[in-house]
Design a protein around this ligand. Sequence first.
Ligand SMILES: NC(=O)c1ccc[n+]([C@@H]2O[C@H](COP(=O)([O-])OP(=O)(O)OC[C@H]3O[C@@H](n4cnc5c(N)ncnc54)[C@H](OP(=O)(O)O)[C@@H]3O)[C@@H](O)[C@H]2O)c1
Length: 293
Amino acid sequence: MDGNRAVIIVAMNEETGGPRVVLNNGVEIPQVGFGVFQIPEEGAQSAVESALAAGYRHIDTAAAYNNEAGVGAAIKASGIPRDEIFVTTKLRNGNQGTDSVRREYDGSRQALGLDVIDLYLIHWPSPARNLYVDSWKTMEQLYANGQIRAIGVSNFLQPHLDRLLAETDVVPAVNQVEIHPRFQQRDVVAHGRKSGIAEEAYSPLGQGTYLDNPAVTLIADRLGVTPAQVVLRWHLQNGTILIPKSENPERMRTNLDIFGFTLTDADISAIDALESNGRIGGDPMNAEWTQIR
Ligand SMILES: NC(=O)c1ccc[n+]([C@@H]2O[C@H](COP(=O)([O-])OP(=O)(O)OC[C@H]3O[C@@H](n4cnc5c(N)ncnc54)[C@H](OP(=O)(O)O)[C@@H]3O)[C@@H](O)[C@H]2O)c1
């Protein structure tokens, strides 16, 4: 993958959360995070508590996941100092707009029980609504006031990024998009990197749907690791930020245990070759959900 990415390598143990990527404003984000999409509110606290115990120090939620309160309760219960956990949440599509962003941001902050959110994202460009530029301008104000440490976007394709770059002041710190071996979005990634926007891979395991692919299992068998670890390591070596989700404590643990082996160039090429335009989620050009779920 082209483009430079500053990655701070720190020893992996339960207190560090693994390597960190330096975002375009100097803020550091743990390269591997824990995603909580589709974890119901009543299970979110215990899932995030297990994830923190496994060593994750970066949690990815969204207003639309309806589980921010559970995430916040887990952070509080963990006793881990606030500045050691990186928390991302996202603006609900149906609440985009100049004035509603401030209210929505406050709602997320309160549900999470946090004074400051580390990373706040526009969840989808929702182009038919034509409100993402206005929303971004309000987010810029919140950022300037120190209420958010970094602002970014999600599901933005080149036209959406170009418009934001042309009409607003702050370059997004990240663009969180669907990336996995069958859907690598190399054009979106390369375009973002040129402007200093770090890519974050959502559904990094392809939602676990093709981990039995022989290209992956062959490498896993040779290295004595799981197929999921191979796919996650591929993201890591590409310099991508990744946020796998699991509700299974053993998988949470192994999904983070990817720092003790290395894929060869041939392994990387074999996984690169799985690209097949295999999008799983919505198409950002026309996804217009207001609530998601
Ligand atoms: N910005 C967006 O629009 C957007 C969209 C989708 C997702 N996301 C974010 O990205 C995160 C991850 O994406 P995702 O949840 O869609 O997909 P994912 O992380 O690629 O895959 C999760 C699925 O894989 C299974 N799994 C996890 N570890 C496994 C392992 N080691 N072996 C086999 N199966 C395993 C999980 O089941 P178990 O739970 O049973 O382990 C779950 O069914 C989300 O939680 C969310 O934070 C963002």
